[in-house]
Design a protein around this ligand. Structure first.
Ligand code: MF3
Ligand code: CO
Length: 291
């Protein structure tokens, strides 16, 4: 960092307060970790109180949409119906579905069933049947601020083997969350996720991770769940990122459907599960903003 702000100048965060009573100590602390060789966040991903309020408003829509889907998803439903619900509810509440036209993505939501790892296309040809597990991944833009979270749903009579995958994946995300606190490292969180998955005989997808979020759909840092305690980016108050591990029942290998360059599957076609929350690092620890 090469900032030279006077102690009495306005803080870079936009709070309007003097630097010395706002982020000066924060910057000194970050510099200390940078000097030790750690990866540290840039100012452009740090959210101030006003930003956080706006992101929470965006997240309210995301949560409401997922709550509605949770209550209404059922056997016999087409995943295209989920897409329509997401589009209609999000726009009715004044938001925009973030996936729509994102890097050419053609739908408002991702619906990933069974061996689909992520980015499943909603379709009127995909009809949910008893025994399916599905991830519904919603992301919202409100007033230029982004929110992102996803949940798993079990349709009808799901095998204990698949239920266990869904449960352990959620536990892994929650164990990762417990590690989120200021002046720790993303690797603390990532290793907690990784260890729980592997202790249960599962694997954690390596190529696709989580991300910073709020000002953009996907911003720094890239978040791995195959990382090591004490490594990866320093976590600091005002950072927001997702915990969204994709956990496979079988082998770790995945591939992207060459027909559309989006839909990701497990190579062995065994099931994969994912839960996603959006987490703010606070002075005290963390706050989950979207789930
Ligand atoms: N919602 C996904 C995530 O959690 C991103 C999907 S990209 C899209 O990061 F274009 F498919 F929406
Ligand atoms: Co995400």
């Amino acid at each position: 960092m090469a900032i030279k702000i006077g102690r009495n100048d306005p803080c870079w965060c936009g709070s309007g307060r003097k630097y010395k009573v706002c982020h000066q100590n924060f910057d000194d602390k970050i510099q200390h970790f940078a000097n030790l060789g750690h990866i540290v966040p840039e100012h452009d991903i740090i959210k101030n109180a006003e930003d956080i309020e706006k992101i929470k408003e965006s997240a309210k829509i995301n949560i409401a949409v997922l709550d509605y889907i949770e209550e209404n998803i059922h056997e016999g439903m087409k995943t295209s119906e989920i897409d329509k619900i997401v589009y209609d509810m999000t726009t009715d509440m004044g938001g925009i579905p973030a996936p729509l036209n994102y890097e050419g993505y053609p739908y408002s939501v991702c619906t990933s069933v069974n061996d689909q790892v992520c980015h499943g296309f909603p379709s009127d040809k995909v009809i949910l049947k008893s025994g399916d597990i599905i991830n519904v991944d919603c992301s919202t833009i409100l007033d230029g601020y982004f929110s992102d979270s996803s949940r798993m749903f079990c349709i009808g009579d799901v095998s204990e083997e698949k239920r266990r995958l869904v449960r352990v994946t959620k536990e892994a995300m929650e164990l990762g969350l417990e590690e989120v606190k200021p002046w720790g490292f993303l690797g603390d969180m990532g290793q907690a996720v990784h260890d729980h998955a592997y202790a249960n005989g599962y694997t954690v997808v390596r190529e696709i991770g989580g991300h910073g979020v709020g000002f953009e759909f996907h911003e720094e840092p890239w978040v791995s769940y195959n990382s090591v305690r004490g490594q990866e980016m320093l976590m600091v108050p005002g950072m927001i990122f997702t915990i969204e591990p994709m956990i496979n029942m079988g082998k770790v290998d995945i591939y992207t459907d060459p027909k559309n360059d989006w839909e990701v599957y497990t190579k062995d076609h065994k099931p994969s599960a994912q839960w996603e929350i959006m987490v703010l690092v606070t002075e005290e620890g963390h706050e989950v903003l979207s789930w």
